[in-house]
Write a protein that binds this ligand. Structure first.
Ligand SMILES: Nc1nc2c(ncn2[C@@H]2O[C@H](COP(=O)(O)OP(=O)(O)O)[C@@H](O)[C@H]2O)c(=O)[nH]1
Ligand SMILES: [Mg+2]
Length: 416
């Protein structure tokens, strides 16, 4: 793909992202237990200090399997032949079958609801943000949110218990054996009707589970360098060039654009580290930023990362990424994250540069010029990356960025 085609496509993809209805929660300051859709409880449990919490969420069985399993198990219940009176025997039989039918449906649903209510509020703050973005992206497509799905699953569960109870009670009031057994049949019919009408909600839950579980797990113990910058400035190209081996592409459920994740090894210590490309950030207020930008901000806020900020002065990055706007974003983020190990890189050295008069006076000091096309500056960039690694090790690991209470470092709260 030519440079300009690639640019156009990326610009379009970026433009298609829906703006968020609310400002992205890029800050770890808020109480996630209170602000997350699934987090109703007032008291605060300790947040996880590791990632991977979303993978631990249970998976629901499809509605038809749930129903057929419950029917099968309830129908295994036989009549109690010790009871000689046919009416009493039928009453007990009906009550037991209806009770089992309802409980076999309610129990697994209850288990799932409990696990969600427990797990979501204590997710690692980065994963909490990603889960939130996933759910919000669904809502912006007019699909149900996680909380409304969980509420409706709970209604289905209560409905199933209601059917079982009502038919068991009815059987107790009837005198004739034949009528009692008819009530049992109607109980099974009611349950089938309930599932035909509302069973789709279980499918919705499975769909959300699939999305949440597909979210890539970021390794917190491996030092990570994130490449941040406007769209199209050459971030992914730098990750690919510096990586050892083929970089992975991480896919997030709320965007069609994958994020490149490369691995490198320190030449002397052989220490492994990660280089992560992030979605482009535009110069605009947080309220107008989309899910992708929120993801970038969350990775800077909540992950133990060093930052390479990439700018492209060639004028080939498109209208949203003029030199002026790129400098604005750079300065905004630097101010927000003053303590991050940080390196400014200017990419595409092989291309002519536009707006140099403006750029010359406003570019950050100490930036590095590189071109992945002709290789200039890459050795120097590698050396800087190794130096940053030492800084990440000493600055970001002891003391940890994310403390045991799960509150991230309040960057920007104090001057450097
Ligand atoms: N001429 C030139 N083009 C580059 C260079 N680095 C990246 N590009 C091109 O710029 C476009 C965007 O690059 P990409 O790495 O996808 O940018 P990202 O959106 O910031 O990840 C692609 O078409 C690249 O081929 C470079 O050093 N020189
Ligand atoms: Mg990219």
């Amino acid at each position: 793909m030519s440079t300009s085609q690639g640019e156009q496509q990326q610009q379009q993809e970026h433009a298609q992202e829906e703006p968020l209805a609310q400002p992205p929660q890029a800050s770890s300051e808020g109480d996630a237990a209170a602000s997350h859709p699934a987090g109703k409880k007032k008291f605060q449990r300790r947040r996880l200090t590791t990632t991977g919490g979303l993978k631990g969420l249970p998976i629901a069985a499809p509605a038809d399997e749930l129903l057929s399993g419950a029917v099968r198990r309830s129908k295994k219940i036989r009549q109690d032949m010790e009871i000689k009176n046919a009416r009493n025997r039928a009453r007990k039989w009906t009550a037991e079958r209806m009770d089992t039918l309802a409980k076999e449906i309610s129990k697994p649903l209850r288990h799932i609801l409990d696990r969600y209510n427990y797990q979501i509020p204590i997710l690692h703050p980065f994963e909490a943000t990603v889960a939130d973005l996933t759910v919000r992206a669904r809502a912006s497509r007019g699909e149900r949110t996680l909380q409304s799905v969980l509420d409706e699953v709970n209604e289905l569960r209560k409905g199933a218990l209601g059917v079982g109870k009502a038919r068991a009670m009815e059987a107790k009031r009837l005198e004739k054996r034949a009528e009692i057994l008819e009530v049992m049949d109607r109980g099974y019919e009611d349950m089938e009707f309930l599932f035909k009408r509302d069973g789709h909600i279980v499918q919705d839950l499975i769909e959300i589970q699939r999305q949440l579980r597909s979210i890539p797990v970021v390794q917190l113990h491996v030092p990570t360098i994130v490449l941040v910058g406007a769209p199209n400035v050459g971030k992914s190209s730098i990750v690919r060039t510096l990586s050892t081996g083929t970089p992975e592409v991480n896919n997030y459920p709320f965007t069609t654009r994958g994020m490149t994740m490369g691995h490198m090894f320190h030449p002397v210590t052989n220490q492994r580290y990660q280089m992560m490309d992030t979605p482009g950030v535009l110069s605009r207020p947080d309220e107008e930023r989309n899910c992708m930008e929120a993801l970038t901000l969350a990775s800077m806020q909540h992950l133990p990362t060093a930052v390479i900020f990439v700018m492209d002065l060639s004028g080939y990055s498109g209208e949203q990424s003029t030199v002026e706007k790129q400098v604005e974003v750079r300065n905004e983020l630097r101010k927000r994250f003053p303590r991050r190990p940080w390196l400014d890189v200017i990419s595409k050295l092989d291309l002519p540069r536009e707006g140099l008069e403006f750029a010359a006076s406003s570019l950050p000091e100490g930036y590095l010029d590189v071109s992945v096309h002709d290789g200039r500056g890459l050795d120097e960039l590698r050396t800087h990356v190794y130096d940053m690694l030492q800084v990440i090790e000493s600055v970001l690991f002891p003391p940890p960025l994310i403390d045991s209470d799960g509150e991230g470092e309040e960057e920007g709260a104090e001057p450097e």
